[in-house]
Every structure is written in C-alpha cells, then in structure tokens.
Design a protein around this ligand. Structure first.
Ligand SMILES: [Zn+2]
Length: 944
C-alpha cells in the first residue's frame, strides 16, 4: 500500500474502509477503488471504452477527456465527484488505473520528511525537490530581493482555498520597473495541480536567467542578455497551488496533488471558448484562478506563451477546439467541424518542432559531453496527429482530440497571444531524483522558445497629429483570422508579430483613425524586423451617412445610421420650420425618439465625435409622424396585453344604449358564483378573481339585463402598427340550459362599423363564435377561445364582446382572462433596384439573379420574377425584385429594374469574304460567304 496519507483522518478513513468491508487490498472492486480516490482527492482519473470514436463527443461537456487512443478506443477521462456520478449513472464499465490516481510518496521524495518541515529556502539550483508552498513563496521573493533591478515579484490573486496561497509571478527584464518597448513573453506551469514537472523547472529557469545574465563570461550569456534586455519574461511556476498541495493543511506535500482547483474544477476547461460558448464546462462561473489570468491577459498583451503540463511528452499547438483539416475525422463522422486552421499553423508547427527536436537532442545525448544528468532516449516523441503532420513530439490540438474551454485557445483567439501547451513528462509527478534530468532536457528549448517571441515584425503606432502612441490593431492582410492578428499596447504603442518567413502587407487600424497599409514587407525566419513608426491620421470627423428613420408612429420614431468605429454621436431634430432644435447625445448608432407631435414632418441631423474631432452635422433627413390613431380611448401599443378584470374593468368600456328601454344594460363584474341557480361559473378563471358576465335574470334597472337582449363590452384601441401575427384569446364560461350566444366583433374605424369574427379571423354574418351552452355545470372548467387576427397586422383595431342572452334566465355567460399577443415587426424588407444591361451568349441565352439588379441597399430574402432571357427579350424588360421578411412571408417590398437585353456579340475573326448577320428568329449570328475560287490559267511565273 503506497498511498501516502498525510493526515490521520484519511488514514483512519481508509482503515475503516478496509475493516468494514473486510476486503484485503487486492479484492477491492473497481467501484470501491473509485470511492476511495474520490474520498481522498475529490476527483478521479479513469478509463473506459467507446464503440466508435464519435462517442467521446458525448462526454466532453461532463468530463475532462484527457487522452484518447483511437486504436484501442480507450478514453482516459478525469472527473470531479459530481461529474463522476453523472458518468456512473450511465452504467458504463470503467477502470481506475492506480498509476493515474496514486503517487508513491516514498519513491517521489528524496528529501526526508523532517527536512521538509524545516525551511530549505533559498533553494539550491537546479531545484531537485518539490518545495513546500512556503519555500516556493520565499524563493520567489528571494529572486526579487537578490536582483531588485531585474525582478519584480507579484501576485495576481489569492487562491480559491484562501489559506494564504497566491498565484505568483516574477517579471524579469532590465529596467524591470519600466514598461519598455519590449515584447512580453510568458511561461506558466501546473494549472493542473498534479502535473508538476514544470513547477521546480520554472524556479530553476528563473535562477538560470538571473545568474547567467550577471555572468558575462558564461557561454549562454549572449542569449540570456538578449532576452533580458529586449524582452520582458513573465514566469508563473505554480498556476494552481491549491491542486498541487491538495489535502495537506500545511501545504508541504504534493503527495495528494490533484488536477482540479479547490472547487474541484478543471481550470483548463474553464475558459470562454469561441466554439463552445462562454461556460463550456457547465460551471456557471469562472473560477478565481481563471479570472486572475483573464484579467492579467486583458491588462497585458503577451506575444508568446507556453503553458506547461504533464501526462505525456509533446508540444500541442492551437486550435484545440477546431479541426485544422477537413479530412474525415472519425471523432466527428457527420463532419460538423468547425474546420479551420490557425493562420500561423506553419509557424506553430515550426517552433513546436524546434522545441521538441531540441529536447530530444538534449535528452538523448546532452548538449555538453558529460552533462550531469541521465539521458532518456525517446523523450518528447509522442505524435498524436501523425496523419496530419508527421512530427514526433508535436501535435495539433484538435487533430489529437478536441478540448473546449482550454486556456491555449482562449489566449490565442481572444488575447492575440501565441500560446502552446507543452506536456513535459509522461509521469505527472516525477520522482525528485529525475527533476534535474527534465530541467536539462528542456532548459535550452525553453530559452529558444522564448526567443521566438522576439522575432517578427515590430514597431510602434502613433497619432499623426500628437505623435502619442495609440491602441491599434495590426493585421497581416489576407492572412490573419481567428484572433491571429496582433495589437499595440500602451504606453509604448508597440506591437510584435512573430510570423513565418514571407512577404506581407500589414494593415494598421485604430478607432477614429484612417487605416494605413504597409505593403510588401519581407521577413525571414529568426529575423526581428523593426518597421518605421506608423502614424495614423485621425478621422477629421465625417458626418454619419445612411440616416434612416423607421417605425414611425404618431408620437415615436426610431432613427439609425451607419456606425463609425470608435465614434459617439450628437443628434438634433425639430418639426420642419421650427426655430429650435431638440438635441441629444448617443453612444450608439441608433436612437428612439418619443414625445413627437402627430402628423408632423420632422427633420433630423446627426454628427460624429471621434477622439477630439467633431464632424459637421449631416444634412437633414425627413420623416413624418403618422396621423393620430383612428381610435379614441386608451391606446394599447405594447404586447402581449392581458386583462383579467381582477382590478375592475381596466381599459374596457361598457357599450352605451345596448338595450332599448330603461333596463339595466351592462355586463356585470363579479367574483364567486352568479346569483341564479343552474347557470354561471362558480368562480373566476383559475378559481378566483373577477370576471364579467351577463346577468340574465328578469330585467330590472339596477343589476339584470334580462332575456333575449344583447349587451356589449368594448376594448381599448389596439395599435398593431408595428406588429405581426396578432392573436386574441379569452376564457369563457357558458353554462345554462337557456344559454344564448357570444360574438366577438372587430372595428377598424373606431367603432363606426363592427364585423363578427370567426376563430380564423374571417368576418362572418350572424354567426356568433360561441352559441348555446358550452359547459355542463357551474364547476366545469373555463374554456379558451382563440381568434387569429393576422389579417389586422399593422392596423388600429377595437374588439367588442356582444353577449346575447337566451330566452330564459338560465343564461349567465361569463368572460375572463383576455389576452392579445403579437410579434414586434422589427424587420423592414427593402427592395433597392438598379437597371442593368446584359448580352446574350453565343447560343442566344442569358440569365440573371436577384443580386444582378440589387443596387446594394436591399434587405430581406430577395427574389426576381424573370431570370432567363433569350432572343425574344432583346430590348428593355421590366424585372421585379421582391425583398421578403425572412420571418413573415407577407411582409415584402418590391421595386422594378429595367433589364436591357442586347443581342450576342458579333463573331470575331471572320475571313474577309465572310459576313455576319444577326438572325432574330434563331437568335444567332449567321455567317455567310465563301472563299472565292483560286484563279485559273496562271502563267508559270505567277503566284495567286
Ligand atoms: Zn494538463
């Protein structure tokens, strides 16, 4: 039994486990082993088989897939406890390899436990031990204390466990306190807390850089001096110390190191992902450690980065979430993709091969004879994408297997940092006796990798007016995509663009500046090319264009215009001819105006503000507010509209003079049952609240409408101007043997004329939508009636209930829970035509598409009524272009273009005796004429 239990409690737990189950170790079932690991580490690494490669996609959201062997169809996965329960529920057989879940404390530690509790900092170098957290923190401080002009040590945040551990960095550079015109290069290790070969290695590296920089006679001095004086090196040895020192209250032992952070989340699945979305791991938050790195990357532009892991030995380059090739991926049999390669794939492949090859050489034989370490013949030779690019020790992420939420893709796609994932050791937690070896395998490769971040195009971008450095985007024309462009960083305005050798056009862009392209810039590999300062001219301030009013009503209007990147806007508007403008400012390129005067022509102007430049106002664009609604009373113009009468009659009104004579003539508001037996509901819809009903008891002047009379209840004015697909619905209760009928009527002229509706919204005559008894008892449920009002989209309407009581008092009909729903018609199709000329081809035919006559301003799905032309169309033709709202086929706009059809071009290359004549019937050029016969009777000295 080699699991090391640093605390009595865990050891006791394990003993209890053994005793209570009465198993000896070898008899523990796989499930029991899983429980044991979950109890000790809160996470588990396990393997299972899939039938086919594509099956692993089913697990990526709920597990971390950490390896997949497509030959044996074996998935190696990691899960926290919650994720593992999800997996267990699927009843899939699994294995729990001991080597993936236990480390052998006796074999990893060279240093006795006693000395481990006494501080060993400052450490000795190269670091041949796993320091305690305290030793690590003290050593990081020691670097700064010993080299104050070269080292800045800082924390980017306290870990989730919040027991004093921090995410520590050292920044190394000459003039470290100043942000110089130098590329920022980053190394970070062990975000997976149990992949810690890189952890002591980073400490050794920091020490090596500092000592060699100060040793001018050292054989490596020139390379180190170049890096320290021409770059900033940011190194984070331990990105997840909570995971590394898991289950050790004193943070001294890595024996229980685990992958996850303190909250049991895999940090390398916790980043926003451009393919899988903002929380691809199902965690609703970004863990603190993730947030710290995101903030760091937001505030600093890192040119190149390496993210050190373990578990295999290779360099993995982006993207992890998208295939680089469209060749069949058995993991993705439907070919869903996405498929795209990082534009700098060749560069990534090259620097990755350089890294892997360098480590292979140093691991095989050492860079110096008799080097003080043990060789490893097959180091860093895993190749998991050999079908894609055969390069031992290097793999394209997704061509191996896809990962979502990883930091590498986040840094590349969102932060323009060229980050790779370097897997340092097959064994995640190396025995301390091997730490020196792996340091020497990787030392020179890491330094050359960092140096790659100093190559490429570099320079600064400034304001042409003030010469101040500015934030700008630097894009390789025709090359960049998926975040591969770079950006300048203030205060220097400097940029760095490592790139494969070639000749490139470089586009410089900044908000509120004119763009500039530097053409034909040639660069070699391993070259740093300092380009002349680029001065961008501020946009002098151009007035916004395409100012477009929309959704104009009686009192409101929306106005939008073309966006100017980086600009804000002022606007002013007034009734045409008014002496005073109403003005305002707006950050975006659209505004909603309200409080306008109906039936008035307005003018509006807009200007842009960019930096300190303000454009003139645009010329006026006119729009006219609509007439007052053709409806009086309350106006309802936002939907859905609901009325349950629980607060009274609301916006509805009783019809006037419904019943001739002096009888009561209104609908009655009521809760609970009605007054008569054998009719009416027991309660309002849903069991409580008010409803309106017709009290059909013998007519009186105060409460009862009596029999065989019609009374009405009239709606407010519904403004459907900007709406489509309106539907009206209500609940009714019509129980009573003498039940009459209920009609719903509509008016589009403020109630002057009413038409009965059926359920489809058609107008009908003398056909009430509900006729006679509809329920069998007072207690029967209310029923719902829908009426399609699509025919009234865009109009002002009023609705009216007419209740007609039957011939007995048992005719209490009730209505409740009214609803009018409609969809805001935000899309305005636009057909924008242009006239064109076309020429028939040699066979007498020609065809066009909708885009042929689209003048560029069309919006919507475009179609044309004539697309093919022949001889019969020579001359002018009217072609209608129709733009259709993609969500409403009835919402269209159209225009007519004149298409002038020309006869086919005359044939060329005719012989001098040939004549071409256009045949209007066959639509082709007829060529006539033949070569005259050669003259006869020539004399022997003559030639024809
Ligand atoms: Zn890892």
């Amino acid at each position: 039994m080699k699991i090391n239990y640093p605390h009595g409690s865990y050891f006791a737990l394990f003993l209890f486990f053994l005793l209570s189950t009465n198993f000896c170790h070898s008899q523990i079932t796989t499930a029991e082993k899983a429980e044991l690991y979950l109890s000790i580490k809160g996470e588990i690494t396990f393997t299972f088989q899939v039938k086919k490669d594509s099956d692993i996609q089913r697990y990526t959201e709920n597990l971390s897939i950490i390896h997949y062997n497509s030959v044996t169809k074996t998935v190696k996965a990691w899960a926290n406890e919650k994720q593992f329960r999800f997996f267990q529920a699927k009843n899939i057989a699994y294995e729990v390899p001991k080597s993936e879940n236990e480390v052998d404390a006796i074999s990893i530690y060279d240093v006795s436990k006693q000395s481990r509790y006494a501080s060993r900092a400052p450490l000795t170098f190269p670091v041949n031990t796993y320091p305690t957290y305290a030793e690590y923190a003290q050593q990081m401080q020691e670097f700064e204390n010993s080299y104050p002009t070269l080292v800045d040590k800082f924390s980017i945040g306290t870990t989730t466990q919040n027991d004093g551990k921090e995410i520590l960095f050292v920044k190394i550079s000459d003039n470290v306190g100043i942000d110089e015109q130098e590329p920022k290069l980053m190394l970070t290790s062990s975000m997976h807390g149990d992949e810690i070969a890189g952890y002591p290695m980073m400490l050794s590296l920091i020490n090596y850089i500092l000592t060699v920089y100060n040793d001018v006679g050292h054989s490596d001095h020139a390379r180190i001096k170049n890096l320290v004086e021409n770059a900033e090196i940011w190194i984070n040895p331990s990105a997840n110390p909570d995971g590394t020192y898991y289950n050790d209250a004193t943070n001294t032992s890595v024996t229980n190191a685990r992958r996850a952070n303190h909250n049991s989340w895999d940090l390398n699945r916790n980043y926003p992902d451009n393919v899988a979305g903002i929380h691809p791991d199902g965690n609703s938050i970004y863990e603190l450690e993730t947030q710290y790195f995101m903030t760091l990357a937001n505030n600093n532009h890192f040119v190149i980065s390496a993210n050190f892991h373990g578990g295999t030995e290779l360099v993995n380059y982006p993207f992890d979430n998208a295939y680089a090739t469209t060749v069949s991926h058995s993991e993705d049999p439907g070919g869903v993709g996405p498929f795209y390669a990082h534009p700098d794939t060749n560069w990534f492949e090259d620097i990755s091969v350089e890294y892997a090859t360098h480590t292979q050489t140093d691991a095989n034989s050492g860079s110096t004879a008799g080097a003080p370490y043990n060789y490893k013949p097959s180091y860093m030779t895993d190749d998991d994408d050999s079908y894609y690019k055969l390069s031992p020790g290097v793999t394209h992420g997704a061509e191996w297997y896809r990962v979502y939420g990883g930091r590498q893709d986040y840094m590349n796609f969102y932060q323009q940092c060229r980050e790779t994932t370097i897997e340092l050791s097959d064994t995640k937690i190396l025995p301390e006796s091997q730490l020196d070896d792996y340091w020497y395998y990787n030392r020179d490769a890491i330094l050359d990798y960092l140096t790659q971040g100093t190559y490429g195009f570099t320079g600064v971008v400034k304001d042409a007016g003030t010469s101040n450095p500015i934030n700008a985007t630097v894009t390789i024309v025709g090359h960049d995509g998926y975040g591969s462009h770079t950006v300048t960083e203030l205060p220097q305005g400097d940029y760095y663009r490592p790139i494969e050798a070639g000749t490139y056009d470089i586009l410089f862009e900044a908000d509120c500046y004119q763009s500039y392209t530097l053409t034909n810039q040639t660069i070699a590999n391993y070259e740093t090319k300092l380009l002349a300062d680029v001065f961008l001219t501020p946009i002098a301030g151009s007035a916004p264009v395409n100012i477009t009013p929309s959704n104009v009503s009686a009192t409101t209007a929306s106005v939008s215009w073309d966006n100017i990147t980086g600009a804000t806007y002022d606007y002013q508007y007034r009734i045409l001819g008014s002496p005073t403008w109403i003005s305002g400012s707006n950050a975006s390129n659209s505004i909603a105006l309200s409080g306008l005067t109906q039936s008035s022509q307005y003018e509006i102007q807009v200007r842009s503000l960019c930096n300190s430049n303000t454009s003139p106002y645009s010329s006026s664009v006119l729009f006219t507010t609509t007439a007052p609604p053709p409806c009086t009373g309350n106006l309802i113009n936002s939907f859905p509209y609901n009325e349950d009468f629980d607060s009274g009659i609301g916006d509805w009104v009783q019809g006037a003079n419904d019943v001739p004579g002096s009888n009561y003539e209104d609908w009655t508001l009521k809760s609970g049952g009605t007054t008569s037996n054998g009719t009416g509901p027991n309660s309002g819809y849903g069991g409580s609240g008010n409803y309106f009903y017709t009290e059909a008891s013998n007519a009186n002047t105060t409460t009862n409408v009596g029999q065989n009379v019609s009374i009405t209840l009239i709606s407010p004015c519904f403004d459907l101007t900007n709406y489509i697909n309106p539907t009206f619905s209500f609940y009714y209760h019509m129980f009573g043997a003498g039940m009459g009928s209920l009609s719903v009527e509509i008016s589009t002229d403020n109630g002057s004329n009413w038409n009965q509706l059926d359920a489809s919204g058609n107008t009908v005559t003398n056909t009430p939508i509900l006729n006679g008894q509809q329920q069998g008892s007072n207690a029967a449920s209310w029923l719902q009636q829908n009426i399609d009002l699509n025919a009234y989209s865009g109009l002002f309407i009023k609705l009216r209930f007419t209740g007609t009581t039957g011939s007995t008092y048992i005719s209490d009909m009730a209505i409740d829970q009214l609803n009018l729903s409609a969809t805001l018609n935000s899309f305005t199709p636009v057909a924008d035509c242009r006239d064109i000329s076309i020429t028939l081809d040699a066979s007498g035919n020609a065809s066009i598409t909708s885009s042929s006559i689209d003048n560029g301003g069309s919006a919507g799905n475009l179609s044309i009524d004539i697309s093919s032309f022949d001889c019969s169309n020579i001359g002018t033709n009217n072609v209608t272009l129709t733009a259709t709202d993609p969500t409403d086929s009835g919402n269209t706009d159209s225009c007519v273009a004149v298409v002038t059809v020309n006869q086919p071009a005359a044939p060329t290359g005719l012989e001098c005796w040939e004549t071409a004549t256009f045949n209007n019937t066959t639509c082709v050029w007829d060529v006539t004429g033949s070569q005259p016969a050669a003259p006869t009777g020539l004399e022997c000295w003559e030639t024809a």
